[in-house]
Design a protein around this ligand. Sequence first.
Ligand SMILES: C[S@@+](CC[C@H](N)C(=O)[O-])C[C@H]1O[C@@H](n2cnc3c(N)ncnc32)[C@H](O)[C@@H]1O
Length: 226
Amino acid sequence: MIAGSKIFEVYESQEGKRRQLYTANLITGKKVYGERLVVENGVEYREWDAFKSKLAASILKGSPAIFIRKNDVVLYLGSASGTTVSHVSDIVGDEGAIFAVDVAPRVVRDLIFLSYQRENILPIMADAKKVNELRERISAVDAVYQDVAQKSQVDIFLRNVSLFLKNGGYALLAVKARSIDVTKQPKQIFREVKEKLEKSLTIIDYRELEPFQKDHCMFICKKKQN
Ligand SMILES: C[S@@+](CC[C@H](N)C(=O)[O-])C[C@H]1O[C@@H](n2cnc3c(N)ncnc32)[C@H](O)[C@@H]1O
């Protein structure tokens, strides 16, 4: 049986020992990445695979909230073909919007096709490091989500949060330790990232994402009020 979870707009079922997450499908009958569709009590849900989405992994690892809600405007950096973006699209709904940024033309092409179905996704082909290019195309946002697997991922995150996130807004950073430094232990990298983030943001939640995502963690942060 699928029921509401403690996360707004996210649903779950218990299958034996396995907890399965879902979002309510904004576009009935349409799958995005081969996920299973399940109809219960007249609502169509899309299974949300934590092995394919770090945001789902963070929820299953115990994050008590993700701070992305119905009607929010979200800046999503590193959207790839839209796997996690599609679930964020279900969460923010028709009245919300996602600026979905990726630097790779091939995945942006997929995103553009996805945005024909899901009109709350606004694909942008850009390098998240080049904030001046982004500045011309996006507005202030309620939440920032970043998953770019770059050496400079923390600097990219802090710069974008500083420029585009509203005061008091929330920002989620998926960290891939191996992209920052392959020679260091992931836990050491995560500690260094934490110290860097704490200088300008309040860290609300931290989760390591194994077994769903090896050598990854998620930080959920709040931007301080000025
Ligand atoms: C791990 S994938 C993202 C997966 C996606 N977040 C999901 O859960 O469905 C990382 C993405 O970041 C993009 N990327 C890497 N560097 C970037 C940059 N500087 N600006 C924008 N996108 C970048 C890559 O092209 C790739 O599609």
